[in-house]
Write a protein that binds this ligand. Structure first.
Ligand SMILES: Cc1cc2nc3c(=O)[nH]c(=O)nc-3n(C[C@H](O)[C@H](O)[C@H](O)COP(=O)(O)OP(=O)(O)OC[C@H]3O[C@@H](n4cnc5c(N)ncnc54)[C@H](O)[C@@H]3O)c2cc1C
Length: 395
């Protein structure tokens, strides 16, 4: 079943034994929880898009690893055309959900671990890449969601992992066994954690030899023993529990992030993709971050919705022809298309890695990230200006 329907996806998440905590209590039925369900719907949109004949080429791709069609979110980029299709798909999904649809981190993890395991094997004669390809086939042929887990809590930022007062500030190996490793620690801010089947865990920064136990990359099922998720709050989230159709913002869709705790989690050998190769930790971080900076193309789709809503508010107020209103909407479009230009540029300027998959242009991907950390704020300021006080004080 290489392409799941949206309903099959939700059913597959329902089957997992996820240990999710919200407001200090375990969530018994996460797929139906009013705060989590909108975020599940947003991930479901990535399955619905792949089923829609209009978006088939954008949302799916031919995989040389399974020999069939797979969701683009689990595809390994084979060309600059793939990189461009990735950002086009992200903008489209931003327009359809007006929120974070959470599946990009997994795509970015798959592509960065793909090329880095290849480079490690070339340098050291290890056999990580073949193991990773088996895992990739599993993800692609079952159309699974993968959480890309890089960011550790980190503690005192001026100290490396092994010098932290609390050794669990970074995920690390606490036991090496014949059949695998046992890991402990946490990953913070994990996008889509409660809506994922699997998780790829990667080091968060360049490591030195003294941090060998922290230079670890592996995959685990999201409901593996010892994994706990503590959901982060979203602004105004309890409005979604009030049962009213009014005043809930974007009621059908939303994002979610969680702190994931690894309480002595066992990882079998066939799911370990780096263990102690500190010299490759920085490269993996650079590649994941590069892909993820490209992924912020999604925000242009979200802003498309906001720009449309702003124009509608101007219509309601009877001022759509006022020149300063038109100037402000043009400015919103200009800022949004400037983000889009950098997302496209880093994709078109991508190049092949030694493994054969395609990497974005890192400098231009960084420009995209810089744009996205600035322009959305100005776009929202202009939306607030055009809409008037009702946006804040609606009864
Ligand atoms: C909505 C959201 C979703 C996210 N989703 C994911 C996800 O799915 N997967 C994932 O892995 N991560 C995710 N992240 C995490 C994100 O990648 C991190 O927040 C980001 O990398 C910054 O790390 P930090 O939060 O630890 O901040 P820090 O790195 O601590 O930065 C805070 C400040 O301290 C400064 N600083 C830090 N270290 C030093 C130092 N040594 N010297 C001097 N200055 C320093 C920084 O420059 C910055 O100004 C998400 C974050 C958000 C907000």
């Amino acid at each position: 079943m290489a392409l799941k329907t949206g309903e099959e996806y939700i059913e597959s998440i329902r089957q997992l034994d996820l240990k999710i905590y919200l407001f200090g209590e375990r969530v018994e039925n996460p797929t139906e929880h009013p705060i989590l369900r909108p975020s599940l719907n947003a991930v479901k949109a990535t399955y619905d898009l792949a089923q829609d004949p209009e978006f088939r080429d954008l949302a799916t791709a031919e995989s040389p690893y399974t020999g069939g069609r797979v969701n683009r979110f689990s595809h390994i980029h084979e060309s600059t055309a793939d990189l461009v299709n990735k950002v086009r798909m992200q903008r489209t999904l931003g327009q359809k959900t007006a929120s974070c649809f959470q599946r990009c981190v997994g795509m970015d993890a798959l592509n960065s671990v793909f090329s880095t395991t290849f480079d490690m094997d070339q340098a050291n004669g290890s056999s990580y890449h073949a193991k990773f390809l088996d895992y990739l086939r599993y993800i692609q042929s079952n159309d699974l969601i993968v959480d890309g887990a890089m960011t550790d809590p980190k503690g005192d930022r001026s100290l490396p992992p092994h010098k932290q007062a609390d050794p669990d500030m970074f995920v690390h190996v606490v036991e090496r066994r014949e059949d695998g490793i046992v890991v402990r620690g946490a990953k913070a801010h994990q996008t889509g954690a409660s809506n994922s089947h699997e998780m790829i865990v990667m080091p968060t920064q360049t490591m030195t030899e003294a941090d060998r136990d922290y230079a670890v990359t592996f995959a685990v099922p999201m409901d593996a023993e010892g994994i706990f998720m503590i959901v982060g709050r979203q602004s105004c989230d309890t409005r979604k529990t009030e049962g009213s159709p009014m005043d809930t913002g974007n009621p059908d869709f939303g994002g979610m992030e969680a702190l994931i705790v690894f309480d002595d989690v066992f990882v079998p050998n066939d799911r370990i993709f780096m263990d102690g190769e500190t010299e490759f930790s920085g490269l993996l971080v650079e590649r994941f971050a590069g892909y993820h900076r490209q992924s912020y193309a999604c925000k242009t789709g979200v802003a498309d919705v906001l720009i449309g809503a702003t124009a509608l508010a101007a219509d309601y107020n009877g001022v759509p022809k006022a020149s300063h209103i038109k100037d402000k909407i043009v400015e919103m479009v200009h800022l949004n298309e400037t983000i889009w230009a950098s997302a496209l540029a880093c994709s078109y300027e991508g190049t092949a890695t030694p493994s054969g998959n395609y990497m974005v242009d890192l400098l231009l991907a960084n420009v995209n990230k810089q744009n996205v950390t600035r322009f959305p704020y100005e776009i929202v300021r202009l939306a607030t200006d055009v809409a008037g006080g009702l946006m804040v004080t609606a009864p």
